[in-house]
Write a protein that binds this ligand. Structure first.
Ligand SMILES: *Cc1c(COP(=O)(O)O)cnc(C)c1O
Length: 384
């Protein structure tokens, strides 16, 4: 078998942890019942498992189980949050505030709402990728109904100041949504302490299955939300469709493991990231993208002087699986809008590498990647 490249693209997705897979398996065959079938044991088994999963996920963010709405992932959760608030608050106000470095699953619903007559402010970020709280302070209007700011950025890993944003929003009685697709199970999240009203989650960035996630919707004070999928009235009418029991059980197991191992795993990843960053220093001309410490433990994003980005990725392709920018915008050939929002030139934005280290990354892999990146960059710089 041809050796496959080392996987350092954990912001795009992660493998399912074997312990997660084991928890999921019985729900494909033995316990296959429809959780909405309340007349027999097949349904009860599935419903009970979903109830336990709901409790686990709620507890992980300091919410209560009735506040969790299962969805197909963070894209759907973001759509439900943003369009759902816009529709429900239509008569109260039509202004939304978000940030230029958000994921397309936040930006695109916002652009869609603009096409319907809503107004959206896309705030810039500081050169370190963080939202400036005073900039946000000035953006509120009387008709602002929602602020949407992500927890952890999918390209540069920076962690936005959620508690401070939450406090501002609560003062002004504006709803606060956060996309926590990259954050759940990796950094502590607390919807009470952070005063978050809506929180989008997904399983597949935290060693759970693809195609499942959730939206937290605050009940006290109640957050009004218009459903975007209508049908059997599942999830208290907010998201119809038969719940996908194996996926939901796996999602809960993944979150549980992430939290149980969070402290030790963060330390391990920070050490590995430091090994990677230090190892590459002999190259010179490296620019760290994003705040040095206020970022996800497994994220390193850097730009390299004097190389062509396309040639660099091509040269590294057989050694290491990584990306420049987000997996969700790779169809476009424009430089990463996140890096240009930090003020990077097009050349530096193109010549960027996003390393996503994860649970299964080893020190030996980091050493191999360091050697490979150094050799490739040196060859490119010499025009070889
Ligand atoms: C991956 C990701 C999404 C999309 O999540 P899916 O579950 O794949 O729909 C949304 N936002 C961020 C920040 C992400 O990293």
């Amino acid at each position: 078998m041809v050796q496959r490249p080392i996987y350092l693209d954990c912001h795009a997705t992660t493998p399912v942890d074997p312990r997660v897979l084991e928890a999921m398996l019985p729900f494909f065959s033995d316990h296959f019942g429809n959780p909405a079938s309340l007349t027999h044991v097949y349904g009860w088994e599935a419903e009970a498992a979903i109830g336990r999963s709901r409790e686990t996920i709620a507890a992980a963010i300091n919410a209560s189980p009735e506040e969790i709405v299962f969805t197909s992932g963070a894209t759907e959760a973001n759509n439900l949050a943003i369009k759902g608030i816009a529709e429900a608050c239509f008569s109260r106000g039509r202004h939304i505030i978000t940030v230029q470095t958000e994921h397309s699953a936040v930006l695109d619903p916002c652009r869609y709402l603009e096409s319907l007559g809503f107004e959206v402010t896309y705030l810039p970020v500081r050169p370190d990728g963080l939202l400036d709280l005073e900039t946000l302070e000035k953006a509120y209007r009387d008709d602002t109904v929602l602020v949407s700011v992500m927890a952890a950025n999918n390209e540069i890993g920076v962690l936005q100041p959620l508690a401070e944003i939450g406090a501002q929003c609560r003062d002004r009685q504006v709803f606060f949504h956060s996309d926590a697709a990259q954050a759940i199970g990796k950094i502590p999240l607390d919807v009470q302490a952070m005063q978050i009203d809506l929180l989008s989650l997904t399983a597949h960035k935290v060693y759970g299955p693809k195609g499942t996630g959730a939206l937290y919707v605050r009940r006290r004070p109640r957050v009004p939300l218009a459903a975007q999928l209508h049908g059997g009235g599942h999830e208290r009418g907010l998201r119809s469709g038969t719940l996908y029991s194996p996926q939901i059980v796996g999602f809960a197991k993944a979150v549980e493991l992430g939290l149980a191992e969070l402290g030790a795993e963060s330390d391990r990843l920070i050490d590995l990231r430091q090994r990677l960053w230090q190892g590459l220093q002999p190259l010179g001309g490296l620019h760290l993208n994003g705040h040095a410490t206020q970022r996800l433990p497994g994220n390193l994003n850097l730009s390299i002087d004097g190389v062509d980005g396309q040639a660099l990725l091509l040269g590294l392709r057989s050694l290491v699986a990584l990306s420049s920018g987000s997996a969700c915008s790779t169809a476009s050939t424009a430089p990463s809008p996140v890096l240009t929002a930090l003020g990077r030139t097009d050349a530096l934005a193109y010549a960027s590498l996003r390393f996503g280290l994860g649970r299964f990354t080893t020190a030996a892999e980091i050493d191999a990647v360091v050697a490979g990146v150094i050799a490739t960059v040196e060859a490119l710089r010499q025009g070889a």
